[in-house]
Ligand binder design. Structure first.
Ligand code: SF4
Length: 106
């Protein structure tokens, strides 16, 4: 983690954060005082494409799920997390439809 001077801390409002407060996740600063972190930027732009996932490509739920949360997908792929990205409806369609019906028929 980098140490920031007082003036840099004052400029923190100009910084562009993906994860607010995590200086390792800074992609760039609006005043161009920091070189763009291209590796991280490309990871966020292209590292979470659900069409790269064969499970998503063949999934019935893809039109409504869209591949789940892209940030979770990136955390799984690049930071060693193992969080389920699937919609909670997957595997629970019958229960979901019953609850949906009950809610709509109130
Ligand atoms: S439910 Fe899971 S496998 Fe299906 S599209 Fe969503 S993330 Fe992909």
């Amino acid at each position: 983690m980098q140490n920031y001077s007082q003036s840099e801390k004052r400029m923190s409002r100009q910084e562009i954060y993906i994860n607010v407060g995590d200086t390792d996740k800074i992609i760039a600063k609006s005043d161009n005082s920091l070189k763009v972190n291209t590796k991280l930027l490309l990871r966020y732009l292209a590292g979470a494409d659900p069409l790269d996932d064969p499970n998503c490509r063949s999934c019935f739920h893809f039109p409504t799920c869209g591949g789940g949360c892209p940030y979770t997908r990136i955390k799984n792929e690049y930071e060693g997390d193992n969080i389920d990205v699937c919609s909670y409806i997957k595997g629970n369609m019958k229960e979901f439809l019953e609850l949906h019906y009950l809610n709509k028929s109130k």
